[in-house]
Design a protein around this ligand. Structure first.
Ligand SMILES: [Zn+2]
Length: 480
C-alpha cells in the first residue's frame, strides 16, 4: 500500500540539483525523512474507512434506486457500494437517514470564472472596470458554491475577459487540484474559439478598435481552417482539457443573429480534426439548425444548447452518438429576468426559449444521448440543480435525469472509468439529498452532504464561511 501511495515529486528533486554536493546529501536525507513521514500520513489516511448510509442509493446507471444504501470509502476510493452492506469494524459510520446517496453530480456546461446573472450592461461595465486578478478571486466563490451544491465535476466551457489574455480557468482548476481552494474537479476549455464578429468575439458591440486591435487566435478568435488549428494548438499548449467553439450565433452577444452559422464546414472539420488528434473532445455552442447539422457531420462530441434543432438533425445526432447538452436553465433564467437585457437580446432569447422546449422533448423521445449542463454564470453559481426539474417537466423520467447528471455526463467527459457511478474502485465522489429524487426531483436542489475524492466538503448546511481545505496527504512541496 505504501509503495502505491508514495512517490517522489520530480519537481522537488529538481530543486536540489544546483546545490553543492554536501547540501544535496543533507537535503537528500531530509527528503527521505520527509518522504517517509508524508507517506506514513498517506497510509494512515488511506487506512481510514468511512461508511456512508442512507435510506436509498442511486448508483449512476441503474433504472431504480437501491434501498438501505451503503457506500464504503477508504482513502479517495469507493471500496464497495450497494444495499445493506455490513460496516467493517472500526469504520467511521455516517448515517444520513431518510436521504438518497448518489454519485457527485456533473455539470457539462459552466463558466465558473464569470457571472452574467445581473443586469447585462452593468455586468459589461464591471468586466472592464475590475482587474482580472480581482475577478479571479471572485471566481473562487463560484467554485465553492458549485461543489457545495453537489456538483463534484464540471466542464468549464469558456473563460475570457475583454482586453485580457489571462487563463483564469486554468488557474482555478489548478488551485482546486492542489487543495489551495475548494471547488469541483474542472475540465476547462480556456477561450471559446469563434469567428471574427461571432458569438465569442469579446469586442463585438464595443466601438470599433476600442481595445486598439482585433482579437486573434490568442483570445480564441480565428478565421479559416489554419487559424482554427493554431487556436486549438495554442489552447492545448496552455492547458485546455477540452475545446469549445461557437458554430452559430448566440443569445448574449450583440453583433450576431442567434441561429446563423459562424464557422464554415471546412473550419469545423479542422477544429474537430486538430482537437481529436490532440485527444481533446469538442463541445460546440450552437443554437441554429444548419450549423448543428454541419457540426454533427464534422464529428463534434457535443452540441451545447441546440435550441432550433429539427427532428432530422436530432436523428443525425442519435446515429452519430453526439451528445446534447440542453442548458435549459440559461433560457429559463433570461426569460424570467428579461428586463435585465437590451432589446436586441430580448428578441433572441424569446426565439431560442420558444424553440428549445419542443427540441428537448423530441430529443428525449428519440433517445438522443443527453448530458447534463446548465450554462451556470448566466444564472448564479450553485443553482445548477434547478436544471433537473426543467428536464423532468419537459418529459424526461427523473431517474434518467439523474443518470444524465452522473453516468452519462462522465462518459461524455471521458472519465467514466474513474468516476460518475458508485462502484468499487471509483473515486469517492458521493453526495446525499433528502428524501427520494424519483418522487420529487427538486430534492436535488437541497443536497446536504458532499464528499469529493473521499474528503468531506459538506455535511449539513452550506458554509457561510470558507470551509477548511483538508491537508493533502501527499503535498508536492513539504512544508517548512
Ligand atoms: Zn455557455
Amino acid at each position: 500500500m505504501i509503495a502505491q501511495t508514495c512517490f517522489v515529486s520530480p519537481k522537488f528533486l529538481y530543486a536540489g540539483m544546483n546545490m553543492p554536493a554536501s547540501c544535496r546529501s543533507s537535503l537528500r536525507s531530509t527528503f527521505v525523512i520527509l518522504a517517509f513521514f508524508s507517506c506514513a500520513i498517506g497510509a494512515r489516511a488511506a487506512d481510514k474507512v468511512i461508511v456512508l448510509k442512507a435510506a436509498r442509493l442511486f448508483d449512476g446507471k441503474s433504472k431504480t434506486l437501491a434501498q438501505n444504501g451503503v457506500v464504503i470509502v477508504q482513502g479517495n476510493k469507493i471500496v464497495d457500494a450497494g444495499s445493506n452492506l455490513p460496516a467493517p469494524p472500526d469504520a467511521q459510520v455516517i448515517d444520513l437517514g431518510d436521504a438518497t446517496l448518489s454519485p457527485g453530480f456533473m455539470d457539462g456546461h459552466t463558466h465558473l470564472t464569470l457571472d452574467f446573472s445581473g443586469n447585462y450592461n452593468e455586468r459589461r461595465l464591471k468586466e472592464v472596470d475590475l482587474n482580472v486578478s480581482e475577478q479571479a478571486i471572485i471566481a473562487t466563490r463560484h467554485a465553492r458554491a458549485t461543489v457545495e451544491a453537489g456538483f463534484t465535476t464540471v466542464r468549464d466551457l469558456g473563460s475570457r475577459f475583454v482586453g485580457s489574455k489571462e487563463f483564469v480557468d486554468i488557474a482555478l482548476r489548478n488551485s482546486i487540484n492542489k487543495g489551495v481552494i475548494v471547488g469541483p474537479r474542472m475540465l476547462v476549455a480556456t477561450f471559446g474559439i469563434g469567428a471574427t464578429g461571432g458569438h465569442f468575439d469579446p469586442t463585438s458591440g464595443f466601438r470599433d478598435m476600442l481595445f486598439g486591435r482585433e482579437p486573434d487566435y490568442s483570445e480564441g478568435i480565428a478565421d479559416g481552417p489554419d487559424a482554427i488549428r493554431k487556436a486549438v494548438r495554442f489552447e492545448v499548449k496552455n492547458g485546455a482539457d477540452v475545446i469549445k467553439a461557437a458554430v452559430s450565433g448566440g443569445v448574449l452577444s450583440l453583433a450576431d443573429e442567434v441561429d446563423t452559422p459562424q464557422l464554415t464546414p471546412a473550419e469545423m472539420a479542422a477544429l474537430v480534426d486538430e482537437s481529436h488528434r490532440l485527444r481533446k473532445k469538442v463541445a460546440v455552442h450552437c443554437h441554429g439548425d444548419q450549423a448543428a447539422k454541419e457540426a454533427i457531420e464534422a464529428g463534434v462530441d457535443s452540441i451545447e444548447h441546440g435550441s432550433f434543432m429539427k427532428p432530422e438533425t436530432l436523428t443525425l445526432m442519435k446515429n452519430k452518438g453526439t451528445y446534447l447538452t440542453p442548458t435549459l436553465m440559461a433560457t429559463e433564467w433570461i426569460m424570467s429576468k428579461i428586463d435585465n437585457y437590451p432589446p436586441a437580446l430580448q428578441g433572441k432569447a424569446k426565439a431560442a426559449g420558444a424553440a428549445r422546449s419542443e427540441m428537448f422533448r423530441n430529443a428525449v423521445k428519440m433517445g438522443v444521448k443527453i448530458s447534463f449542463g446548465t450554462d451556470a454564470a448566466v444564472f448564479p453559481h450553485g443553482q445548477n440543480a434547478k436544471e433537473f426539474k426543467l428536464m423532468v417537466d419537459l418529459g424526461m423520467a427523473p431517474i434518467d435525469a439523474l443518470t444524465s447528471a452522473t453516468g452519462t455526463t462522465a462518459e461524455l467527459f471521458g472519465i467514466a472509468q474513474k468516476t460518475g457511478t458508485l462502484q468499487k474502485g471509483k473515486l469517492a465522489d458521493v453526495i446525499a439529498m433528502p428524501g427520494d429524487p424519483t418522487a420529487d426531483i427538486t430534492v436535488t436542489e437541497r443536497v446536504s452532504f458532499v464528499m469529493k475524492e473521499g474528503k468531506i466538503i459538506r455535511n449539513g448546511p452550506p458554509s457561510a464561511q470558507p470551509v477548511a481545505v483538508s491537508a493533502d496527504p501527499e503535498p508536492e512541496f513539504p512544508a517548512d
